[in-house]
Ligand binder design. Structure first.
Ligand code: ADP
Ligand code: MG
Length: 265
């Protein structure tokens, strides 16, 4: 599969100390902050990103970022994918089609139980056919981290026959930001029935979902801990809350298989 590249912006200059021709340059990024609707957005994006990197889930890479003086609140900088000229289908745009009409009148019929409210229905169906491994991985990961906002937060090259790239973005409504407040989010993460829907539900491959459950279940505790806990507060999130997230994820491993069976298959 072609590699997902990020977007270099503006001019580059030679790096004075480099002996191998490295350049100083700038990448484009979407800078996200803690927000009234997601008090722990920055922490949740960061922790989810590190978990995804360990597990091989195709999400855009992001890093913590502050201004040059180090005085601004910490942001989550999602590196902007280099999409120009690559014919990506934009699943993040609004879909003005009527989902009920699509479900009722189109042929062949959609499988029973697909999520009609998620938009781009036929395109999502093609996506799951073209990228069965990646869509299963993303969907199972989302159920583990309590991400109830995957709709409109992924893009892919859909054109037939070409091998292409798929990437997910915006894990800012997962983990401690699955609700606006951290306490509510932690309580929700204990819920074995949450999330109760996903835009790829009933369209993903059962064997690949099972493989992903197995991969998450066998993820070592040290790796979950390294992704979720830091030596200091991250934005609004204290160390106690970071360790509570770690514990919640270990507990969610225990019921992930059942949740996948009920929601996705
Ligand atoms: N890393 C990225 N590469 C390309 N586009 C992105 C990236 N991150 C965000 N976007 C675009 O910006 C929009 C807003 O970003 P998102 O992280 O989804 O913010 P919000 O939390 O407000 O939904 C996305 O819907 C997508 O179109
Ligand atoms: Mg979004």
């Amino acid at each position: 599969m072609p590699v997902l590249c990020y977007q270099i912006t503006g001019a580059t200059t030679p790096n004075a100390r480099s002996t191998t021709g490295a350049l100083d340059g700038q990448l484009s990024a979407i800078l996200k902050c803690d927000h009234a609707e997601a008090n722990a957005q920055v922490y949740s994006e960061l922790a989810a990103n590190r978990l995804a990197a360990f597990l091989g889930i195709p999400v855009v890479i992001g890093v913590p970022a502050v201004d040059a003086q180090g005085e601004s609140p910490v942001r989550f900088a999602a590196l902007r994918a280099a999409e120009a000229g690559l014919n990506f289908y934009d699943f993040t745009s609004d879909d003005h089609g009527d989902p009920d009409e699509c479900a009722v009148y189109d042929t062949p019929p959609l499988p029973a139980g697909v999520l009609l409210s998620a938009g781009h229905l036929r395109a999502v169906q093609s996506l799951c056919e073209k990228y069965p491994l990646q869509t299963a991985a993303i969907a199972v990961f989302d159920l583990w981290i309590g991400n109830n906002d995957r709709a409109f937060n992924f893009k892919a090259q859909l054109a037939a026959r070409e091998r292409g790239v798929i990437f997910a973005l915006d894990q800012g409504s997962s983990l401690l930001a699955c609700h606006a407040e951290v306490g509510d989010s932690l309580r929700e993460l204990e819920n074995a029935g949450f999330p109760s829907f996903h835009p790829f539900q009933k369209l993903v491959n059962a064997r690949y979902c099972g493989a992903m459950v197995e991969r998450i279940s066998s993820m070592p505790d040290w790796a979950v801990q390294a992704a979720t806990t830091y030596d200091d507060t991250v934005g609004n999130v204290t160390l106690d809350e970071q360790y509570a997230t770690y514990g919640a994820l270990l507990a969610r491993k225990q019921f992930l298989g059942g949740l996948v069976d009920r929601v996705l298959l």
